[in-house]
Design a protein. Structure first.
Length: 736
């Protein structure tokens, strides 16, 4: 309980520090500016009075904080739809019967969520709704608000807050109280009027100059942008709110995509292999005939192989060109082909796959190194790209893999840097997890009608056959209407799939050895650790025959061999925390590893054989987010440990690596696994991860496996996950 409280308190403090405080600063600066103007210009008096209305300023602060919270959850917009959920609901708050419409509950719920997270368990205890079965209990907004307003001081005392934390929570509580009183006594028209009247809100339609495709909002600097759409049929309104930065990123992204679409490219002569199916042929033609194209498909559907045909055509065009002005220049010496992905691991896998496709076609071409998008664009510590509209990339063709991981701001930077006449090809699986950053760019682009002609979807998987259990499970998870019975049947009957209950309270007995009765968490993790025995055996051999760090080829071969063994199995978790999070599992497996090798059980975090993952780009060391390495002893001196990464011929001393951006990698989150593949994956989560679960999360985890999937979970958590599609609220489609 205390751990959860501490996490929640730090989360709300962080959010307040840049949302509530910034909104206060904006209001203060406007107040000071207008006071200064009043001293010299009496005409500003009316405007100043309007600015000084505290209730309108409170509305601005509440919406600014709500949008900031929404942005942190990945949403670029907040949509208030009065047609949603029909009739209003009634409940008792502070002894008063209150009626709230769904849109009013929505706003109050988002603003109050951090505090609700703190008091949720206490409320459940007070109203005796805690359940011992494999379910979770939802508490209504009315109960939460009634408890919050009626027992505020008691709740604060129970949480044992520091002065700063108490000040932060009181500030949020005051915002909730003000918004509650405003909404319960008003209708939508009053709410909209308040927004129209406030100078810090900008209406998209009132400020857009459609003639030159420029938007004057970029100059007005209003922190909140809004758009109102009314439906005569339903007599309802839909209001979309953006923080200015999110709106600007979506507006610019759409504008730049349209600019690329309008560029003419000369189709290349492509000899299409006979073994390609019709969807792959369409994808090649789409990429060949358009400056911007999107190729999507699940694992093993041949996205990279399809794009390889375009790369081959570029190479052949270079070899056979007569008049250079009629052909795109392409050679390994000129930078006319760029390969990129959101993470270093995904970039590496993309290059390997593309190189393998070229080798299979007997094309003698050594590809340039694939890069992270940040590295391609020259994004450093400042967060600003070196390459942009005014200084575009020099490549003639830019291929970006794992595009589902693109957030709206990074996507905007990318398309801004494409030079006129160049091709941009996005590859990805639109069913995978959306980006960690705000937005769901790939999924959005695939749904926009204007872009359908340049979108090709591949459906036939070569990794998973028609009879593959993994393929069938992925298909079932992806269906709009999830068939739970079909999923459980697959888990029971298919040899490549299995399910293990992890809830020790659950007495559900199923007479089938594929779905087992629950064991204690420690016993299950002990079983799971056996899957890493081959890796530990390799590490033990390297204790007796240390890696030859002075021989580059030996280093490369040893690391590659170790990686091959390590990638036979991986534990993928829904989140970091709890018994089934990667932190706990990695700590357990670390102790197991040390015991297996009879290494000292000391406090030193570095030890021989420790598998690690890089969590943040380090350009000085040439390491990128998602890179996997192995800590190895290089001589008889036990203190001499270095970390070796795949495709590198030298190790890196452990004292050069910041422990805060390194994680042990026996287990990793599903988010971090994107762009990777393993023979066998174990997927772990339970009811405590409910907030993180979605069908995209489980689909991504399942499709990391090539041969076998084992799910360790509760029945309720798995069913909730596959029935919960991710809802990223974005405004990109509104810009087209």
């Amino acid at each position: 309980m205390s751990n959860n409280n501490n996490k929640s308190k730090s989360a709300i403090s962080l959010q307040e520090s840049w949302a509530s405080n910034i909104s206060d600063y904006i209001l203060l600066r406007r107040q000071q500016t207008h006071v200064a103007y009043d001293a010299t210009n009496a005409k500003t008096n009316d405007e100043s009075k309007k600015i000084n209305k505290s209730e309108n300023n409170d509305l601005f602060t509440a919406l600014f904080v709500i949008l900031a919270a929404h942005l942190e959850e990945g949403h670029t917009v907040l949509t208030v739809d009065t047609a949603d959920h029909g009739a209003p609901m009634q409940g008792q708050i502070n002894g008063e019967i209150v009626t709230l419409y769904a849109w009013q509950q929505q706003l109050l719920g988002i603003l109050a969520t951090p505090i609700f997270a703190l008091i949720d368990t206490q409320i459940k205890t007070q109203i005796d709704t805690q359940s011992n079965d494999d379910t979770t209990t939802e508490i209504s907004l009315f109960v939460l608000l009634d408890t919050l307003f009626g027992q505020r001081d008691y709740l604060w005392a129970q949480l044992a807050l520091s002065n700063h934390e108490k000040e932060t929570l009181i500030k949020r509580f005051d915002a909730i109280t003000t918004l509650y009183h405003r909404l319960k006594n008003s209708d939508l028209n009053t709410f909209v009027h308040s927004i129209h009247e406030h100078a810090l809100f900008a209406n998209v339609n009132a400020n857009t100059n459609c003639n030159n495709n420029q938007n004057s909002l970029s100059k007005d600097n209003q922190p909140i942008i809004y758009d109102i759409a009314k439906s005569e049929q339903t007599r309802s309104s839909k209001i979309t709110f953006w923080l200015h930065r999110a709106w600007q990123a979506e507006f610019n992204l759409a504008k730049n995509i349209n600019n690329i679409l309008n560029q003419q490219v000369s189709p290349l002569q492509i000899a299409i292999p006979e073994n390609l199916h019709e969807h792959q042929v369409k994808a090649i033609n789409v990429a060949n005939n358009n400056a911007f194209s999107i190729i999507t498909g699940g694992p093993g559907t041949g996205k990279t192989y399809t794009v390889a045909q375009l790369v081959i055509a570029l190479q052949q065009a270079t070899e056979s060109r007569g008049d250079e002005s009629e052909h795109i220049r392409f050679s390994t010496d000129s930078a006319s082909l760029a390969l990129a992905a959101p993470t270093g691991k995904a970039a590496q896998r993309m290059q390997e796959s593309l190189q393998a496709a070229l080798d299979d076609a007997n094309v003698e071409l050594q590809l340039q190194e694939a890069k992270t998008i940040h590295r391609l664009l020259g994004i450093g510590r400042t967060g600003r790209p070196r390459y942009d509209t005014n200084n575009p990339l020099g490549e003639d063709i830019i291929i970006v893999d794992e595009a589902s991981m693109l957030g709206v701001e990074l996507a905007n930077y990318l398309v801004s840097a494409v030079k006129p006449g160049a091709r941009l090809i996005l590859l990805g699986d639109a069913n995978q997890l959306a980006a960690v950053d705000a937005g769901a760019v790939l999924a959005d682009l695939c749904r926009i009608p204007l872009l359908q002609p340049i979108h090709a979807e591949l459906t036939e998987s070569r990794r998973f056959s028609a009879e593959s259990g993994i393929g069938k499970l992925a298909t079932q998870i992806n269906k709009a209407e999830t068939n739970l019975q079909a999923i459980w049947q697959l888990l029971r009957q298919d040899a490549a799939l299995s399910f293990q209950y992890v809830n020790t309270l659950q007495a559900e007995a199923i007479s089938n050895n594929k779905i087992e009765n629950s064991l204690s968490g420690e016993k299950i993790i002990s079983r799971i650790s056996n899957n890493y025995q081959s890796y530990v055996n390799e590490i033990r051999n390297l204790l007796e025959n240390p890696i030859e760090k002075s021989v580059p080829e030996s280093v490369k071969n040893t690391t590659s061999s170790l990686m091959e063994v390590f990638n036979q199995f991986r534990i993928l978790t829904a989140g970091h925390n709890g018994e089934w999070g990667d932190h706990y599992i990695n700590n357990y497996l670390t102790q197991w590893h040390l015991a297996e090798l009879k290494l000292p059980l000391g406090q030193n975090t570095w030890f021989h054989g420790r598998p690690v993952m890089i969590l943040q780009n380090n350009y000085e060391l040439g390491l990128f987010n998602g890179d996997i390495g192995f800590c190895l002893q290089t001589s008889d001196e036990r203190s001499q440990l270095e970390v070796f990464f795949e495709n590198k011929t030298q190790g890196i001393a452990v004292n050069l690596l910041n422990e805060e951006v390194i994680a042990t990698a026996y287990a990793m989150t599903i988010h971090k696994s994107q762009g990777s593949e393993f023979n066998h994956v174990a997927i772990t989560f339970d009811n405590s991860h409910a907030r993180l679960l979605s069908k995209e999360l489980i689909y991504t985890a399942v499709t990391r496996a090539k041969k076998q999937v084992t799910i360790y979970s509760t029945k309720h958590a798995l069913e909730k996950a596959v029935q919960t599609p991710t809802e990223r609220h974005t405004g990109l489609a509104l810009q087209f």
